[in-house]
Design a protein around this ligand. Structure first.
Ligand SMILES: NC(=O)c1ccc[n+]([C@@H]2O[C@H](COP(=O)([O-])OP(=O)(O)OC[C@H]3O[C@@H](n4cnc5c(N)ncnc54)[C@H](OP(=O)(O)O)[C@@H]3O)[C@@H](O)[C@H]2O)c1
Length: 321
């Protein structure tokens, strides 16, 4: 079983994590619960021990489904991350709320849905501009003292927001967006995390499906991607052409295009984990198959060059010229 040290948390985790956002109908449409549970169980068979969820995914539904799967899984061998931020109204609208009373209430509700005693990593889903940072940290500290959470971290924070949070609490994990078409955090967040030994679990490593190798550029979408700029017109076509150009290299490594891209993503020394969005057992089997593969340096940069976004002027891989 491949495991990496998860920064300063004391946890050992698989470099591929199981992402449960796909169980949010408002973003991804209805998904088969049976497929999701079968995929969660297969994940463990394939050596994955890290599961990522949030109370916002399907307004608690993803946590409930994960909780159902956990009943048949070895809880002590697994690491569960969940996130809080939203205040949910009865009419399905939301607003930011990390106030002490609400954060405490949300934590209790998540523990119940997941059917566990302790959340291994509790993440602030986003930065709440209204709650004082010391109040958030104090609440998390109390929850930790009560044994309800273990490590703490943040998601979707800038470096400055993270730096500020860490003045008040031992935030040891970050969950930012990152893919080889969107590597912006390499300029600031990743070097900072590397220097501070902060555990990094990136999300959307396949750029919400675009890098999986199954799209040609002519597809249309009925989920949230129908309004995503990278899934439209010439931009989508050009990005897909870049992905398809990786096929010969993937074959040379005996990998699928998906696995080649994921293996390259995991080569960044600041990245401990890539959270893969999973709908089916086939998805998680493919993601698990990318663990343990490193590309030659030259190939790594060739992958980056192929995936460089059309609108980008230059990044670490050099310009597109
Ligand atoms: N902290 C945050 O704010 C935040 C935000 C977003 C996500 N996340 C976390 O990160 C996870 C991953 O993000 P993401 O969902 O954007 O992930 P992703 O891995 O970039 O894309 C996932 C999508 O790729 C497609 N796919 C997955 N495996 C495939 C395979 N083997 N072959 C072909 N297609 C495949 C599926 O969609 P199609 O089949 O429909 O193409 C799937 O929904 C989420 O589940 C969630 O846990 C966190």
């Amino acid at each position: 079983m491949e495991r990496v040290r998860f920064g300063d948390t004391g946890l050992s985790v698989s470099p591929v994590a199981f992402g449960t956002w796909q169980l949010s109908p408002r973003f991804w449409g209805e998904q088969s619960k049976a497929d999701a549970i079968a995929a969660m169980k297969l994940a463990v068979d394939k050596g994955i021990n890290l599961f990522d969820t949030a109370d916002a995914y399907g307004d608690g539904y993803a946590e409930t489904v994960l909780g159902e799967a956990l009943r048949d899984l070895p809880r002590d061998e697994l690491v569960i991350t969940t996130k809080f931020f939203n205040h949910f109204n009865a009419d399905a609208s939301r607003y930011p709320d990390l106030s002490p009373a609400y954060l405490t209430e949300r934590c209790e509700a998540s523990l119940k849905r997941l059917g566990i005693d302790t959340i291994d990593v509790c993440l602030l889903h986003m930065f709440d501009p209204l709650t004082p940072l010391d109040a958030v940290a104090d609440t998390l500290d109390t929850l930790r003292a009560q044994g309800k959470i273990r490590a703490i971290g943040v998601s979707n924070h800038t470096v400055e927001q993270l730096r500020a949070q860490r003045r008040f609490g031992p935030y040891a994990v970050v969950q930012p967006p990152y893919s080889l078409v969107d590597p912006a955090i390499e300029n600031d967040l990743l070097p900072y995390c590397q220097a501070e030994n902060i555990a990094v679990m990136v999300y959307s490593p396949m750029h919400k499906g675009l890098l999986t190798g199954k799209y040609t550029g002519s597809e249309t979408f009925s989920d949230f991607r129908a309004n995503h700029p990278d899934f439209q017109g010439e931009r989508f076509k050009e990005l897909c052409a870049g992905v398809q150009s990786l096929r010969p290299m993937a074959e040379r490594y005996g990998l699928s295009v998906y696995q080649l891209v994921l293996a390259a993503t995991l080569m960044h020394p600041a990245i401990h984990v890539a959270i893969c969005g999973i709908k089916t057992p086939e998805h998680i089997a493919e993601a698990a198959g990318a663990m343990g593969t490193a590309l030659e340096r030259e190939d790594y940069f060739a992958v980056r060059k192929a995936l460089c976004k059309p609108a980008k002027i230059a990044d670490a891989s050099g310009s597109r010229k």
